[in-house]
Design a protein around this ligand. Structure first.
Ligand SMILES: [Zn+2]
Length: 200
């Protein structure tokens, strides 16, 4: 984000809008989103990784798949940013399907026009279920449990700092937070494409 955009985020989260993103802003963004997340809605990531949370075990390539439930989105997404590849249905874990649908309904209301959705990055969809360990790691990705979604990966890369080097709007994070989803950009300061159904 440029300095004007960073100042907007700072005003939104209630810290000094000096346009300089530091630890106070980082903490402020987390506190802001945390205050919106329903307590106890979803387990901590550590608990999910134990395979004994409400989400059960992770999926295995060619083997077990966590139980999904199809949800019909209020607007079509573009697979990998390609408007010709429309996605109207997602299949998140059955235990977070209602919450994910509600998050998309919030996005539809917060960004009512196609132009606003495009600008916010919520049209560009980069995947949900993927039974694989995290990149370069030995633990399983939250995508392997069917409880994470990636949006606008082109402008919110895995190793890019949020918000200095990526674009995910705080308002998108708010829509997910209100339904219990952790926004990686705010809580990990990177991977801002990523939202997951875990406690912060
Ligand atoms: Zn992800």
């Amino acid at each position: 984000m440029n300095q004007t955009e960073i100042k907007r985020v700072q005003r939104r989260i209630g810290v000094e809008d000096d346009g300089d993103w530091g630890p106070i802003s980082t903490h402020g963004a987390r506190r802001h989103l945390l205050s919106m997340m329903p307590a106890g809605r979803f387990p901590a990531m550590r608990e999910v990784r134990s395979d004994r949370s409400v989400f059960g075990p992770h999926g295995d390539p060619g083997g077990y798949s966590p139980p999904g439930r199809r949800i019909r989105l209020p607007f079509a997404l573009h697979l990998y940013g390609d408007p010709a590849r429309k996605v109207l249905w997602l299949e998140p874990h059955e235990r977070c399907a209602d919450a994910m649908l509600c998050a998309f309904q919030r996005l539809a209301a917060a960004f009512p026009t196609a132009e606003e959705r495009k600008a916010a990055g919520v049209l560009d969809y980069y995947g949900l279920y993927n039974p694989r360990p995290i990149r370069g790691g030995s633990v399983w990705s939250m995508h392997a449990y069917r409880i994470a979604i990636d949006l606008d990966a082109a402008r919110n890369k895995n190793r890019s700092h949020w918000p200095v080097a990526s674009k995910m709007p705080i308002e998108v994070m708010e829509c997910f937070a209100k339904e219990g989803f952790l926004a990686a950009g705010a809580f990990w300061s990177r991977d801002a494409m990523h939202f997951q159904a875990t406690a912060a």
